[in-house]
Design a protein around this ligand. Sequence first.
Ligand code: NAG
Ligand code: NAG
Ligand code: NAG
Ligand code: NAG
Ligand code: NAG
Ligand code: NAG
Ligand code: NAG
Ligand code: NAG
Ligand code: NAG
Length: 889
Amino acid sequence: MTRLMTLKNVALILSSALLAAAQQNIDTQCPGYNATNVSNIRNGFKADLVLAGNACNVYGTDIPKLSLTVTYETDNRIHMKIIDPANSRYEVPESVFPRPSSWGGTRTSPNIKFNYVKAPFSFTITRSTTNETLFNTTGFPLVFEPQYLRVKTSLPARANIYGLGEHTNSFRLPPGNTTRTMWNRDAYGVANETNLYGDHPIYFEHRTTGTRGVFLLNSNGMDVKLRGDDNGGSLEYNVIGGILDFYFLAGPSPIELSKQYAKLVGLPAEIPYWGLGLHQCRYGYQNYLEVAQVVANYSAANIPLETMWTDIDYMYERLVFTNDPNYFPMARMREIVSDLHARGQQYIVMVDPAVGVKPGVSTAYDRGQALGIWMKNPNGTNFEGLVWPGVTVWPDWFNPKTQAYWTNEFALFFNPETGLNVDGIWIDMNEPASFCEYPCANPSAEASSQNLPPSRTSPPPDKTASLPIGTTIPSLTASLLKRGSNYTDVLNPPYAIGNVLPHLSDRTAFTNVVHANGLIEYDTHNLYGTMMSTATREALLTRRPGKRPFVITRSTFAGAGAKVGKWLGDNLSTWDHYRNSIAGMLGFASIYQVPEVGSDSCGFGGNTTETLCARWATLGAFNPFYRNHNGDTSISQEFYRWPTVAQAARNAIDMRYRLLDYFYTALHQAHVDGTPVLQPLWYQYPTDSNTFGIDLQFLFGESVLVSPVTQENVTDVSIYLPNDYFYDFKSYTFINGTGSTTQLTNVAYTDIPVYIRGGAVLPLRVSSAYTTKQLRQKDFELVVAPSKSGQASGTLYIDDGESLEQSSTYTAQYTYKDRKLTVKSQGNYNVGSLKYRNVRILGLSGRPNNISLNGQNVASNMVQYNDTSKSVSVNVTQPLKNTFTLKWS
Ligand SMILES: *[C@@H]1O[C@H](CO)[C@@H](O)[C@H](O)[C@H]1NC(C)=O
Ligand SMILES: *[C@@H]1O[C@H](CO)[C@@H](O)[C@H](O)[C@H]1NC(C)=O
Ligand SMILES: *[C@@H]1O[C@H](CO)[C@@H](O)[C@H](O)[C@H]1NC(C)=O
Ligand SMILES: *[C@@H]1O[C@H](CO)[C@@H](O)[C@H](O)[C@H]1NC(C)=O
Ligand SMILES: *[C@@H]1O[C@H](CO)[C@@H](O)[C@H](O)[C@H]1NC(C)=O
Ligand SMILES: *[C@@H]1O[C@H](CO)[C@@H](O)[C@H](O)[C@H]1NC(C)=O
Ligand SMILES: *[C@@H]1O[C@H](CO)[C@@H](O)[C@H](O)[C@H]1NC(C)=O
Ligand SMILES: *[C@@H]1O[C@H](CO)[C@@H](O)[C@H](O)[C@H]1NC(C)=O
Ligand SMILES: *[C@@H]1O[C@H](CO)[C@@H](O)[C@H](O)[C@H]1NC(C)=O
């Protein structure tokens, strides 16, 4: 969470008229490069790029000669890399972003092609099947200067562009005048059109003829500008460091493109089954008794609570790896955790990266200081900033000793025998966030003036302070020079990206901070959160070997989903934020490949209202990560606080939990091949242009359409239904989609409209349960929702729900055709005595004359026909392992 504070000098940087003018002239005045010395290499070619004319030196000196490499890595992926051959420049380290495995074979029939013109150098990417142009730099000279790289492509008019996060803009970015700035930032209130916590330089462009993607593997600050009108548009990268490392992905379907991107950045990690239960958190729980009370209140209200969380409140003086002995004494915390575990529930706490400079008080500080693992100033002293405990230092994840340090701190503080026996970890403030504004000349004075850490009412405990150790400042060696960066000014780069704060170093680690391997924060700033994520995942793996770690982070870089999940940060309790949480989720789950994502239900900052919280309790149930969380100055908002909200939560959790194995199956598929677990409508209806801008409705998995009410004080919602068959999830009634907008009325505050898409066979648990552990003991029912052509299919995947490597799994395939359902299973996972209790077939024209199970007539008392919904439920009672068929006529 973020400290609510008034910023002294927050202002939007308005680039000076001079720079703006310089930039407008780039198209006409910069010379670009000529390609020479072209030579073939395996699956591609390389060339020199020499400055074609007089340098324009727009934000520095044009680098006279570059080196271009183009490789067809697969039939669907082209890799284009431009570097300065004379001076090694920063590239995203392989240790943080492993490069995708390249195609072993020889290029056969690529689905996209790289074509270029030598002088001045420009290139196009075209789709082989249609000859369409997907990327075209003609007329837009390449600019390559030490601290300014520019690549620009033309776009069709009103292009459908998605991605370029993290942002709270609409899911489809306005093509006319959008600037997306990538510079990770602690962004309380997640304002539209600003840089937020994460950096995902990938965009999808969709046309009725296909979808394609462009990924720029670069972690430096950048602005990506979309400009255009009815005659056409452009997309321009303005990057302040590193190299040009582009990957072009072919698609052509949105799902195929998603899979191609997942292959590139890393397939998403699997999460434990329990991670899909309801999480309850808040900043401002005063003491352990209050935490225990909330758990009890959920239970009394019969609202399933899976995991209880505690924010920084549990810490002593806000120091990581400590607990407050008066307010959150370890013995009592351990009791709470044991009680939770005994009931099949879980416990999670927050860990921040910043370590308070409190020698003798923070042993985590003492140990880190002894190891010399903190991020450094250029002169080798520790870089200091200001976070919750006051003056802090930060672990340098590039230091080879840091992982062992972090793992050790986890082993000590979260020791199952003697410490806080948590089940997962929440990492925050990892942009990294600081409360100090550049130049932050005196962090200690700032700490006092900001009252950090805030005092509690009782006196601090009498602790026997141990002596500070390891105060020697380790000297930095020549490794600093390892990468000649050619940057002239990393504190005030000549091109000012659209960071909301005046300086890149405001409220974060300074850009001149040096890492143990010589890299500087200027280049690696946007990696900090993802590197902390990886280190935390590793620490949890050491603590519970073989068990899937559950880590939720705030800051991310491309590929973060391979390690952790993400919450959408410090939103506000407003209808606006309720609405744009859907686009936020879609960004992470359907584009960036971070499927375990969700917003703080009911909102974090400000005060929620009963109706907002009720609606958000239901919408949250269709977030992959479902958590109620709010701020310390907000009113309490646990779901049991209002009868309407409690009922809304119970109803929505009932739906979520019955669907949980369907969704867990989708998460498993995402892990296997990158199929997105949430999808915008256009992923399934890619030729229906009415769907391209929709971001208030979404698909939960491929087959469940969620259409929440989106306005305050109303019980109706206007929804779009593509030309397809749908069935109401609760009443089973058939709804014929006609490719038009429909008004739903009387949607109670305790309800959310959910439809099953025709063509699906959904495996549902027969009923919900209080914990996911109990849920896993419930039998299944199959709901058959035929498509227009009378067919349907589905899958169910079950494993032990927690092991990283599964020795055995269970998979069932359902196919429905010609009025016959076939159920087949494979795998040796022990599903115990679980059964398919019944099969429900929707969309009938009348009561079936005859139903047979494995060729035997089913007795009429085993059949329930519902005349209102025109559906039939047949009691089948088949063990999950059985193969069976159900046929009707
Ligand atoms: C680049 O190519 C153009 C067009 O052929 C030519 O006029 C120009 O002299 C070339 N520049 C260099 C540096 O070779
Ligand atoms: C694409 O261009 C090639 C070469 O010009 C041509 O042979 C082919 O017919 C074109 N395909 C389409 C779909 O227009
Ligand atoms: C690229 O853009 C230029 C300038 O607009 C245009 O003349 C050219 O036809 C385009 N090339 C392709 C392959 O679309
Ligand atoms: C933020 O963006 C969303 C999505 O485009 C929009 O609905 C909302 O009105 C915007 N909010 C503000 C405060 O501008
Ligand atoms: C584009 O948006 C910026 C920032 O919102 C605004 O200042 C500018 O006037 C807009 N330009 C156009 C052409 O609309
Ligand atoms: C090292 O640099 C930091 C940050 O600029 C500065 O505060 C500190 O005084 C310097 N220390 C020494 C010993 O030069
Ligand atoms: C880049 O830096 C290197 C030293 O690392 C220096 O030799 C070279 O001249 C610099 N190049 C430019 C274009 O500034
Ligand atoms: C939230 O409600 C509390 C208690 O009524 C009040 O003190 C606080 O000012 C409210 N906060 C906001 C942002 O309105
Ligand atoms: C919704 O109703 C509440 C309570 O009557 C009222 O305070 C609020 O202004 C209403 N909001 C809108 C958008 O009409």
